[in-house]
Design a protein around this ligand. Structure first.
Ligand code: MLT
Ligand code: MN
Ligand code: ZN
Length: 301
């Protein structure tokens, strides 16, 4: 196998917004993480490389500074430089964009986002700290492959989702198909993987698209749709947050039962009981062949 066809995916942060433990949460999973019984998770970011030298970040979480520090492949090789050559964001959620502020210190990279998400960044003046002379903002056209690194092709496609929480106005369309929430197809040579950290529903066309991939890293936010109201941690259902549940009729376990490659849940919320190794949720997931991502996990294709 030629080296440029090896895709290396590192999960820098496997958690959903808030991470594990979340600062204000005393749920069983957050408590277990504080007690050292289960591994903590930082927030939702992947790093991908095909040559081990240049890397693209998929999303930029608020924990990015620590995530870069924890991954030696992402350390500078010179006085002022970084192996991080590009960032691709899948939506404008805080857990996916706040880390851009960490990347402000005068090293260039290319920032890929849809026009809708670029607009969100432009309208929030604080992102102006990314010096336009160094950080090139490139617009992703849906369904049109682009190359954030030599040898790696990425195609963004709309998946059912909603606008970011802070842009909700009244009752948002919860499963809109547009530029606000995208999935990413990663491709190098014969290798194909998908990254879909936020997804409200799994229509047949999306199931078909994910089925042949060697690896799918998919929205693992919640186990049951009513998990937050039922556990007393919040009022919102998964559907209201734009996240499909793992379990139940029409859930991702059922809909994605036919995936051919490695199946990995990421963007896992701290309320998700599958984080507890002996839970019924974890047992069901494992029986269906799913892994739960963890910080530092590597997927090599
Ligand atoms: C989500 O994934 O639903 C968002 O990250 C929620 C948030 O903005 O905290
Ligand atoms: Mn999120
Ligand atoms: Zn919690």
């Amino acid at each position: 196998m030629r080296s440029e066809e090896t895709v290396r995916i590192v999960v820098l942060g496997a958690g959903a917004g808030g991470g594990l433990p979340q600062w204000n949460c005393g749920c069983p999973q957050c408590a277990a993480a504080r007690q050292g019984l289960i591994a903590p998770m930082s927030q939702s970011t992947l790093a991908v490389s095909v040559d081990g030298e240049g890397w693209v970040l998929l999303n930029a979480s608020p924990d990015l500074r620590q995530q870069l520090a924890a991954c030696s492949s992402l350390h500078p090789k010179g006085l002022r430089d970084s192996p991080v050559k590009a960032v691709v964001v899948t939506n404008g959620d805080v857990d996916h964009i706040a880390g851009l502020l960490t990347l402000r210190e005068k090293t260039g990279f290319t920032l890929h986002a849809t026009e809708a998400t670029h607009r969100v960044l432009l309208e929030n003046a604080v992102f102006g700290v990314l010096d336009p002379a160094l950080v090139e903002r490139r617009t992703i056209t849906l369904d049109q492959p682009f190359s954030p690194l030599p040898g790696l092709m990425v195609t963004a496609y709309a998946v059912p989702g909603k606008v970011p929480l802070y842009l909700e106005d009244g009752a948002p369309d919860l499963a809109m198909l547009g530029e606000q929430t995208v999935g990413l197809r990663l491709q190098s040579g014969e290798h194909e993987a998908h990254y879909v950290p936020g997804c409200a529903a799994l229509p047949d066309w999306l199931v078909d698209r994910l089925t042949p991939a060697a690896a799918v890293l998919f929205d693992g936010t919640i186990w049951t749709d009513d998990e937050m109201p039922r556990s007393g941690t919040g009022a919102k259902t998964g559907a209201r947050m734009g996240h499909i549940a793992m379990s139940g009729a029409g859930g991702s376990l059922e809909r994605l039962a036919g995936l051919r490659g490695r199946r990995i849940y990421t963007h896992v919320n701290n309320t998700n009981p599958a984080l507890i190794p002996e839970s019924a949720a974890r047992i069901a997931i494992a029986a269906a062949g799913w892994e739960i991502a963890s910080d530092g996990m590597e997927v090599v294709l």
